[in-house]
Structures are given as C-alpha cells and as structure tokens.
Write a protein that binds this ligand. Structure first.
Ligand code: GTR
Length: 345
C-alpha cells in the first residue's frame, strides 16, 4: 500500500470515528452530546454522575439510559451530566447494585430479577406466568400499585425512577429442547434469586445462578447446558451461537428498572430530585419503542441463523408444572399478586 492510499484510509477511519462519536448521546469519555442536548451545552456541568448498564451501546436499555441522561441535561440547562457506561464497564450487575446502594455509583439500569436479592418486593416479577401479556404487564407497571412497588425500593436505599421493557424470557439449550420434558436434568443458568432457583427445581432441572457476563463461556464449555432470556439478550450476548435450541415458553416477564442511589439522591436539592423523576418517566416511551424495534430485529436474526425454535401453543402444562413455585410465595406476595390480578380487569 503506498503512502497516499494509507493516508486516505486513515483519514476516512478518523472521519468515521468523528461521525460515530457525533451519534452517541452521552459519551463515557465525557466528550460528545447529541444535537438535542447540544443546546444545553452552553453551561459547563457542575455535577457529573455515572450510570451503569450491562448491555452493549446499541441495546434498547442503554438507549433509554442515554435518553434519560439527555433529558436530565436539558432540564437542568446543562448543569447535570450523566455519563452512561454500557457493556458492564463498571462491573457485573450484582456488584454494581451493591455500589449503587453505597452511593459509589449513582445510577444503574438493571433487571428487577437482580434487585430481588436486595428488595424482597421486586421478587414478585420473577414469579412465572403472573402476566398474561405485555399489555397486562404495562397496565400494572403504570398503575398506582406499580408505582408504589417502585417507590418501595427506598427501603433498600435505592430510588426507583422508572421501569423499562424487557419482553418475555424463554429457555434455550445446547441440548435438544422441544418440550417441557427436555428440561429434565439440565443445568440451567438463572439470575441469582431464590424464586428462580425454585422455578428451575419445579421443572426438574438444576439451577446454576451466575453473572450474566459468565454465561457465554459457561455455555460454550458445557459448564451449563442451558439458560433463559428475552430475544435481544439471547442475540447480543451471542448465546444463540452456542445454545442453538430455543423454546418459546415465555415463563417470565421481568421488567428492567432504572434506579438511583438513595445516598446520591438525598444530597440533591428538591428541584433536581424532580428533574430525575421527570426525565426518567419521560424516557420510558422512547425505551419501549426502541425495545419493540430491537426485539423484532433480534428475532429475525435468530430465526435466520438456523436456531431450532419450538413454539409453545399451550402454556398450560408449563403453568401447571411451576404452580408449586407460585404457591410457595403466594402468602409472601399476597398484596403484589392481588394488584397484578386487578390490572388484568
Ligand atoms: C437481561 C437483562 C440484564 C441481565 C440479564 C441476565 O434480560 O436485561 O439486565 O439481568 O438479563 O439474565 O442476567
């Protein structure tokens, strides 16, 4: 390659870098802002905070995080800057949640399945088949009862700012998986919480709780046989390339939560506390729209990739099998389950 060509390609690479940087709404290095946020950039931020997410930069939860950061910047006239750290840059979810509890990290977007280990009430979302569909789930999440549940996080030193969409979770395995009976004896990774462990036992399988970031290599090496997640996570984690059997049982709908450290929140003046809540709530519709688009794209990609997919026409046998899990926790989650039932009507 001659020098001229080299210079040309280096220049275009640099240019591509600049264009890409210009697209990201909040940079982890503190440089760039979207055009929307640029207006507010006239003022230098006086407060910079961090938000951790396990997913890659283009994942719909991270897009929601960035929208939230952009809205906070706008509403505070550029005074408050939130840097979004995607791809588990600040650590695996459980460790991040611990840091948020202590105030060392100000925000995280995390699965309520992970938070269940810190706040009992959040565990209700890990119970199987409590929602009929997306509409039922969001009717509950948007209700006064759903908000009460979000507010209850303060007892565990978190401020629940908003729920984000996470679709439904399905099992996938390295081994054949075309019926509920195939799960028997399989080693299945779950998000660590006691309800998930009971749920897997009810399916006559054995539960292996582990951090999300360790699942790919554990599937690849056969330390575990199976895992479960929604379409976008199955896609972006590349689990679909090593666990190529998917069954669409939809056993859980576990919403995501955007939360702030209570330690950090309590230090804010009232005006800024309001900004946090308002910006988070305003980011929800955007996140849900992005979720829908991404979920569809992931499903198409996975279907085209030659994964063996089994549709479940009748979930009744699945619901019957996991009934003992619901029964075990029914008393503990009496109020939450009643509120979820109410949202069905
Ligand atoms: C995803 C969720 C992540 C993470 C992951 C898991 O659906 O968005 O926050 O909790 O599941 O299975 O660990």
């Amino acid at each position: 390659m001659n020098k001229k060509v080299m210079t040309g390609s280096v220049a275009s690479l640099l240019l591509a870098g600049i264009v890409l940087a210009g697209c990201s709404s909040t940079s982890t290095t503190g440089g760039t802002q979207t055009t929307g946020a640029a207006k507010t950039d006239d003022k230098k931020p006086t407060l910079t905070m961090r938000l951790a997410d396990t997913h890659p930069p283009d994942y719909p939860t991270v897009l929601g995080d960035k929208k939230f950061a952009e809205l906070v910047s706008q509403k505070s006239n550029g005074r408050i800057k939130i840097d979004v750290f995607p791809s588990s840059q600040l650590g695996e979810e459980k460790a991040v949640v611990e840091q948020v509890q202590l105030g060392a990290i100000e925000f995280t977007r995390v699965s309520t399945g992970v938070v269940a280990d810190f706040s009992k009430a959040m565990g209700v979302f890990s119970l199987p088949y409590i929602f009929d569909n997306e509409e039922h789930e969001w009717k509950f999440l948007n209700s006064a009862d759903g908000n009460k549940l979000l507010d209850s996080l303060s007892a565990s030193r978190f401020i629940g700012l908003a729920y984000y969409d996470s679709g439904a979770r399905n099992f996938y395995s390295r081994k054949p998986l075309t019926s509920i009976n195939d799960l028997k004896g399989q080693k299945i990774r779950v998000i660590q919480n006691k309800i998930n462990i009971d749920l897997i036992s009810a399916l006559n399988a054995s539960a292996t709780p582990m951090a999300y970031g360790d699942v790919f290599s554990s599937l690849q090496t056969g330390v575990i046989d199976a895992a479960e997640n929604n379409w976008p996570s199955y896609d972006t984690s590349n689990h679909y390339t090593v666990a190529k059997n998917l069954i669409l049982d939809g056993h859980q709908r576990v919403p995501e939560v955007l939360m702030m450290s209570k330690v950090a929140f309590d230090k804010l003046p009232d005006e800024d506390k309001k900004i946090m809540k308002a910006a988070a709530q305003e980011s929800v519709q955007y996140q849900r729209d992005e979720w829908k688009k991404f979920e569809k794209k992931s499903e198409e990609k996975i279907r085209a990739a030659g994964v063996t997919i089994t549709e479940v026409k009748d979930v009744k046998p699945w619901q019957d099998a996991v009934k003992p899990t619901i029964e075990k926790y029914r008393a503990e989650y009496k109020d939450e389950l009643a509120a979820i039932d109410k949202a069905r009507k």
